[in-house]
Design a protein around this ligand. Structure first.
Ligand code: ZN
Length: 717
């Protein structure tokens, strides 16, 4: 507590130093003291008053109470407790005046019946038998009988015994190192640590290389005692803590594995469903703690590990699986109960007065692996306080100009299921949606961060000037202090971007913005307030941990409620959609240049000139429309439709080669990274596989998309 206060005052003084640099807003507000100039608004005076009223409402104490209620019981997707949280959120939405419905879907989900792990050394001596129950001294939540045993969503079922091979993080380069050492994975069990990529990618590559099963454990080096004190003494992962999680191949397509591109409504006939193996592994995978992984790793022999593979446990790691060198065998049992189960999204609408068909969608998932205090309930509590604030405006007679749609998604953890099915159901209407704003891990600590499409990056930066930070000053000021430290470590080959005073990341996957952006082309953003967080997807991500480590006074919940609500308010009421197409063109230009250098490095002869000409044309068209947006006069409805169309123009109906569900030409989750974005994915993934004809064809697809967007923007009056 003392430390944090001291830090706050230090940061406050530091922020004063920055105030004069906080350029565009302060310069313009000096000339026009009553109303700062805000991009997208001709005159911001009236909106500034509305925002002020909104910002006064979200309440820290109430957010804390909402968090306590949401996390009172484990609420795995499709459980009775999950349904209770849906009803709670629906009641809150209705109390605020939102037109609310609970939207059910029937989707394929697994729940574990039996999960067992045993290990034996070369002499047949048993090394361990698990999984060991998650347990620490004094945690009040860990003993609830409804806590689901650690398992992987989308895991296969089976019973296998095989030699175990250590594969570090299970990244493509890790598997390639094993291959280079002639270690055959056929029929083996891969032991990989969490980190470095999405867990589904570990299983995906292991399966491709012939493995019979995967064990994924949390190494203390990555989120345990190497980082700092473990729970209950600190925020990091304790010895028995396990990261549950989905291993669905979400980079193929997310959502219900049986219905890609189709909504799994209750009346969808079974004949409309396809095999789930388009996005599901066949093999078993089981998540374990380092308490259970340690005896296996310690007994493994064979070659020593390459540099970077040694983890934080107190012995030398080995790859294992060298014939005759005392191999360790593991016995895995996984019985998964696959059923088509009911899940519940909660959807609350406020009809827009001027553009009722243009939706501003804002959402957060509600389901949790266990209690989910940080992931996702902190986001839900913040969303409920944003709804509280908007409800107060409604009671004073305010109505948004565009329709605002608040969404509480279900079954995000299993594979973005609730959001994907809803997006597939509403695909047509969403072609007009102005934006999708996501929050998942709302609050794990005090560090604000954001990721967005380039057209929304400046919008996010700008609105954080209006929200106070619990650390002093504004959210923007604190964000920039933090970001300045991080910038030193960023790659220097990125050209400096004007307005890039703080870094806004790119959207890959791993949360509910994926269907909006990457399937439909809705401009999207994601915000979070991070910190030391070692209990992700374990029983210990609960209210006791949250109050001790993340946000004891719930003031960051209040901050996130304000930022989240302001995203919706400012977008819904804008005269002109505040998309920064100039920034978009600049980013795309950078991506194309980088791909060109890669192709040259690989010795591929590819002609990038058409793509470069198209992005130059897009950039000029973006400058043209930027002027019209700033003037905010004339036929604004038409200008808005043009801006929105240009975002759709960046999608390609055919989708990516081999991944047709992913239709965006600029952003997709990586096939081998999962969470991290691959930019201009069609081109870059063709370069990854050194496939020159495909790269040329994908360059053409990209060029056509850029030309479409340029032509649309050029037509603006
Ligand atoms: Zn989450």
């Amino acid at each position: 507590m003392f430390l944090r206060k001291q830090l706050a005052s230090l940061l406050f003084f530091a922020s004063i130093l920055f105030v004069s640099v906080s350029a565009p807003l302060s310069a313009q507000s000096a000339a026009q003291p009553a109303a700062p100039s805000v991009f997208g608004y001709g005159d911001f005076t009236a909106q500034a008053k509305i925002e002020e009223k909104f910002l006064a409402v979200p309440d820290a104490k109430q957010a804390g109470e909402e968090l306590k209620i949401l996390t009172a019981e484990p609420h795995l997707a499709s459980s009775p407790e999950d349904h209770k949280t849906a009803e709670y959120v629906a009641r809150k939405f209705r109390a605020a005046g939102l037109d609310t419905e609970i939207v059910p879907f029937r989707v394929l989900l697994n729940q574990p019946r039996v999960v067992r792990v045993e290990a034996y050394d070369a002499s047949g001596k048993q090394l361990m038998s698990g999984p060991t129950r998650e347990h620490v001294e004094g945690d009040p939540f860990q003993d609830d009988p409804r806590v689901v045993m650690p398992f992987n969503g989308s895991s296969g079922s089976g019973d296998v015994t095989a030699e175990v091979v250590y594969a570090n993080y299970g990244r493509l380069e890790d598997f390639d190192q094993l291959a280079a050492r002639h270690i055959d994975l056929h029929g083996k069990i891969v032991l990989a640590r969490y980190g470095g990529n999405f867990r589904g990618v570990k299983v995906y590559i292991a399966e491709k290389r012939g493995a019979a099963g995967v064990l994924i454990y949390s190494d203390p080096q990555d989120d345990g005692f190497t980082k700092g004190d473990a729970y209950p003494d600190g925020p990091w992962r304790p010895e028995t803590g396990v990261q549950r999680g989905s291993v669905q191949f979400m980079f193929e397509y997310p959502g219900d594995p049986e219905t890609p591109g189709v909504a799994s409504t209750l009346d969808l006939p079974d004949s409309a469903r396809v095999s789930p193996y388009g996005s599901q592994p066949h093999i078993i995978s089981i998540p374990i703690s380092y308490h259970d992984a340690s005896p296996i790793l310690q007994a493994m022999q064979g070659p020593g590990v390459p540099p970077g593979w040694q983890g934080g446990l107190g012995f030398r790691y080995h790859i294992g699986a060298a014939e005759g060198q005392g191999t360790v065998k593991v016995h895995l049992v996984s019985q998964q109960d696959y059923q088509r189960r009911i899940i519940w999204d909660v959807i609350g609408k406020i009809k827009g007065t001027e553009y009722p068909d243009d939706w501003v969608v804002i959402g957060n998932h509600r389901d949790a692996w266990v209690y989910g205090a940080v992931d996702p309930s902190s986001g839900t509590a913040a969303m409920l306080e944003a709804v509280h604030g908007i409800g107060a405006l409604l009671k004073q007679g305010w109505r948004p100009r565009r329709t605002i749609v608040f969404c509480s998604w279900d079954a995000e953890e299993e594979g973005l299921v609730g959001s994907t099915e809803w997006v597939e159901q509403n695909a047509k209407a969403l072609e007009r949606a102005a934006a999708y704003f996501n929050m998942d891990v709302g609050v794990a600590g005090p560090d604000f961060s954001a990721a967005a499409v380039p057209s929304l990056k400046q919008f996010i930066r700008e609105l954080t000037h209006s929200v106070p930070s619990p650390l002093g000053g504004t959210v923007f000021q604190q964000w920039r202090i933090k970001s300045a430290g991080e910038n030193e470590h960023r790659r220097s080959n990125a050209p400096p971007e004007p307005g890039e005073e703080v870094h806004v990341g790119d959207l890959g996957s791993g949360s509910d913005f994926t269907p909006f952006l990457q399937h439909i082309g809705v401009p999207s953003a994601d915000i979070s307030s991070g910190g030391p967080y070692g209990v992700y997807h374990s029983v210990f991500d609960n209210y006791a941990w949250f109050v001790q480590n993340a946000d004891p006074k719930f003031e960051f919940l209040q901050e996130m409620a304000r930022v989240f609500g302001l995203e919706a308010l400012r977008m819904a009421d804008a005269d002109v959609l505040p998309y920064d197409e100039v920034a978009y063109a600049r980013s795309i230009s950078y991506y194309i240049d980088a791909a060109k250098r890669r192709a040259a490095d690989q010795g591929l002869s590819l002609d990038f000139s058409a793509a470069q000409a198209a992005v130059t044309r897009l950039s000029a068209a973006a400058q043209h429309i930027h002027g019209l947006q700033a003037a905010a006069t004339g036929d604004l409805a038409r200008l808005n439709a043009t801006l929105r169309q240009a975002e759709t123009d960046l999608t390609n109906g055919a989708g990516l080669p081999n991944r047709p569900w992913f239709k965006h030409t600029i952003y997709a989750p990586g096939e081998f990274t999962g969470y991290a974005a691959v930019v201009i994915p069609g081109v870059n993934e063709a370069l990854d596989s050194k496939d020159q004809p495909r790269a040329a064809q994908q360059l053409m697809v990209l060029t056509q998309a850029l030309d479409r967007a340029a032509q649309t923007l050029e037509g603006a009056r």
